[in-house]
Structures are given as structure tokens and as C-alpha cells.
Design a protein around this ligand. Structure first.
Ligand code: NAD
Length: 370
């Protein structure tokens, strides 16, 4: 298979982890006989420094003309500490989602058994959790009108949803549930918000087209509590942009660390794959960022954008085996992890490459024995 992939490292640890994600894609191409042509582009703080624009036209053109995108993260302390700055890295991210029509963000919350002890939640509550979030990406307070009035003393962000935006993400969630445990939980705040009442009404309507899928509704405050009280009670969760943003960070604790969670943003054309974490200024440059979320994002890319299921599963298996052998990055180590088992970003990437070779050669020998 011949495919064009754009690597969009962004800022902070985005650069460090996508380097490892790309290495894994290169190794998969070599092991399975594919040709992946890589290009790179800038976004976020780096792009502002270079061009004054967080999403330069040149970047957008590259993104519109490739088969898939592996993205890192954007963000820089300069902007976090000065909300008055008008041109901001995250504008690049929001514009990219809008321009590429990426309306559905899929966030699988997959717990590797080896990491049961790494979470701050009790293992007996976590074991067996497997949740697939669908976060809507192009509506909500992120894109509604915003501003200040009364000499800057009043601020507002309009929470806005249109029927078609809810319909298309609801379809995606119900379709995915059909391939899983056939249960959708829709999360909103319909007791208070009008946009949530429209959300609930539309999800109920769409649900009628999927009579084989069970549907329930939860208010976001209750969902935030139940998610850590009984994570196994969820299968597919569908929710708006703001609630999805918050709940999936909370759910990262189910997977042990932000450094373990991959995501896919899909819509009408090219797919974008990225860890759910940000640019993590606190650890940037230390070489300790966990690259597994980026590597698992590469696995999602192969599966969803290219339909390469075996290649994708090979990456997941390699991650599983590496964790089974006790290798950890700092964020997923616990009190019992021996010091010599803690790897830096680059060494964790290399451990996965090593394991990929073993998993792939085992598969080949099983196939040739048949
Ligand atoms: P963050 O996700 O960057 O970090 C939160 C915490 O998790 C930090 O303590 C960090 O060290 C840790 N962490 C995150 N990823 C890790 C990894 N791979 N390995 C080990 N530890 C990891 O969130 P934040 O600190 O709230 O934000 C930092 C910057 O990132 C901000 O500028 C924010 O705007 C930006 N941000 C960007 C995105 C994105 O680009 N999609 C998402 C969230 C935040």
C-alpha cells in the first residue's frame, strides 16, 4: 500500500512523542511491505513564531493533500500565562478541525492489565473497563460567539449546537456500538441547558433507527461521578465538545495516565490521529514523556484511515508485550517498578520497535507453518 502521511509535531512534548510514533509507522511499512511517504508541517506556537499564523496556509495545503495526519500537541507557557494575547496556538488546532471537517473525536479508553496498579483507582473497580468515547468536535462553546461587554467586565461564550451536528455524531456512536456491547450513553446537561435539550431530543430520534442498541442519558455531573465509580458500566459514550474534553481527561485515569490515551478525529475526508494529552510544559525537554499514546494513535491511523487491521493489532500487541516485560515510563511506573525498568521517551520507542519485530516474525512463522 502507498500512502502519504503528514507528521504534525506541534509544540512541547508533541515533538518528542511524534518522533516515536513516526518510527513505529516506518517499522510497520518495512515489516509489512508498505510505502509510507512522510512530510512534516508546523502548527501552534512554532508556527506563530515562524509566520505569525498558528495554522499557516502551507500547512493546511499539506494536510488537505495527504491520506492521514499524525499530530502531537500545541501549547506554550507564554500563552497559558497571558490570556490577553490575541493570536494563540490552540486557534491553529480549532481551525484545523473546522477546515478538515473533523467532527468526531474517538477516544478509546483501553486499560492494559499490566497497568492496573498505575491508576489511582482501585484495580477491582477498573479491571475489564473498555469505553469508547465520541466527543463532538466542531460545535459548542469552542466555536460559538464569544466576547466581552461592559468595558470588559462581562465575558460570554455561546454554547451552540445545530441538529445536523448532533445527528452525524450520534450515527457514528450507534454504528460503533453495534460492533461492541450495543450500548450508548449520551451525556448532556439537559436539566439546565437548551443546547443539551436539543442534543437529547436528536440522540433519542437517531436512537430509534438502532433498535438493537440500548440508549441511556446521563447528566454530565452524574457521569463524571459514575465514570470513576463504575467504569465497567459504560460501552460507547457520546457527548458534546466541552463535556467530552473534560470527561476524557478524567477517563485517562482509568488507563493509568494521559500518556496512554490515543485519539482519532474523523469526518468527511482525511483523518487526524493524536494523543489526548497536551504539550506538557512541565516535562518538555526532559526526555521523559510517555510516547505510547502517540504510538497507539499510529495504530488507530492504520486501522481507521488505511483499513490495516493486522498492522494496527501488531502495534497494540507490541505495546502489551513491552508492558508485560515490565518496561515503563515515569508516568506509568509505580512504587514497585525497579529503577532499571524505567525508560526515557526514545528508549520506550525503541523497545516497541524491538517488540514489533518479534511480534511480526512470530506471525510470519505461524503463517508459514500452516
Ligand atoms: P497536558 O496534557 O499537557 O499535561 C497534563 C499533565 O499530564 C502534566 O502533568 C503532564 O506532564 C502529564 N502528561 C501529559 N502527557 C504526558 C505524557 N505523554 N507522558 C507523561 N506525562 C504526561 O495538559 P496541561 O498541562 O493542562 O496543558 C499544557 C499545554 O498543552 C497547554 O498549553 C494547553 O493549552 C495544551 N493542550 C493542548 C492540547 C492539544 O494540543 N490537543 C490538549 C490539551 C492541552
Amino acid at each position: 500500500m502507498n500512502k502519504k502521511i503528514v507528521i504534525l509535531p506541534g509544540d512541547g512534548i508533541g515533538k518528542e512523542v511524534t518522533t516515536e510514533g513516526k518510527k513505529v509507522l516506518e517499522k510497520i511499512a518495512e515489516l509489512f511491505g508498505h510505502t509510507f511517504e512522510f512530510d512534516e508541517a508546523i502548527i501552534g506556537h512554532d508556527a506563530i513564531e515562524a509566520t505569525g499564523n498558528p495554522l499557516p496556509d502551507e500547512t493546511l495545503t499539506k494536510l488537505k493533500n495527504c491520506d492521514a495526519i499524525l499530530f502531537g500537541a500545541v501549547g506554550h507557557p507564554k500563552y497559558d500565562n497571558d490570556p490577553t494575547l490575541k493570536v494563540r496556538p490552540e486557534q491553529g488546532l480549532l481551525k484545523m478541525r473546522k477546515e478538515l471537517g473533523l467532527y468526531a473525536n474517538l477516544r478509546p479508553i483501553k486499560l492494559f492489565d499490566e497497568l492496573l496498579e498505575a491508576s489511582s483507582i482501585k484495580p477491582e473497580i477498573l479491571k475489564g473497563s473498555d469505553i469508547l468515547f465520541f466527543r463532538e468536535l466542531t460545535g459548542d462553546v469552542y466555536f460559538g460567539e464569544k466576547g466581552r461587554k461592559d468595558d470588559g467586565n462581562t465575558a460570554f461564550d455561546l454554547m451552540i449546537y445545530q441538529r445536523y451536528e448532533v445527528e452525524r455524531i450520534a450515527h457514528k456512536a450507534f454504528q460503533a456500538a453495534r460492533t461492541r456491547k450495543k450500548k450508548v450513553t449520551s451525556v448532556d446537561k439537559a436539566n439546565v441547558l437548551e443546547s443539551s435539550r436539543l442534543w437529547r431530543e436528536v440522540v433519542q430520534e437517531i436512537g430509534k433507527q438502532y433498535p438493537d442498541v440500548a440508549l441511556d442519558h446521563q447528566f454530565v455531573d452524574a457521569a463524571a461521578m459514575k465514570l470513576i465509580q463504575n467504569p465497567r458500566s459504560y460501552d460507547v459514550v457520546v457527548t458534546g465538545n466541552l463535556f467530552g474534553d473534560i470527561l476524557t481527561d478524567e477517563a485517562s485515569q482509568i488507563a493509568g495516565s494521559m500518556g496512554m490515551l490515543a485519539s482519532a478525529s474523523v469526518g468527511d475526508s482525511v483523518g487526524l490521529y493524536e494523543p489526548i494529552h497536551g504539550s506538557a510544559h512541565d516535562i518538555t525537554g526532559k526526555g521523559i514523556a510517555n510516547p505510547l499514546a502517540s504510538i497507539l494513535s499510529a495504530a488507530l491511523l492504520l486501522d481507521i484511515s488505511f483499513g490495516l487491521k493486522e498492522e494496527s493489532e501488531t502495534i497494540i500487541k507490541a505495546v502489551e508485550q513491552t508492558l508485560k516485560q515490565g518496561w515503563r515510563t515515569t508516568d506509568i511506573a509505580d512504587a514497585k517498578t525497579p529503577k532499571e525498568k524505567i525508560l526515557n521517551t526514545q528508549k520506550m520507542g525503541s523497545a516497541i520497535i524491538n517488540e514489533l519485530e518479534k511480534v511480526a516474525s512470530h506471525k510470519l512463522s505461524v503463517t508459514s507453518d500452516k
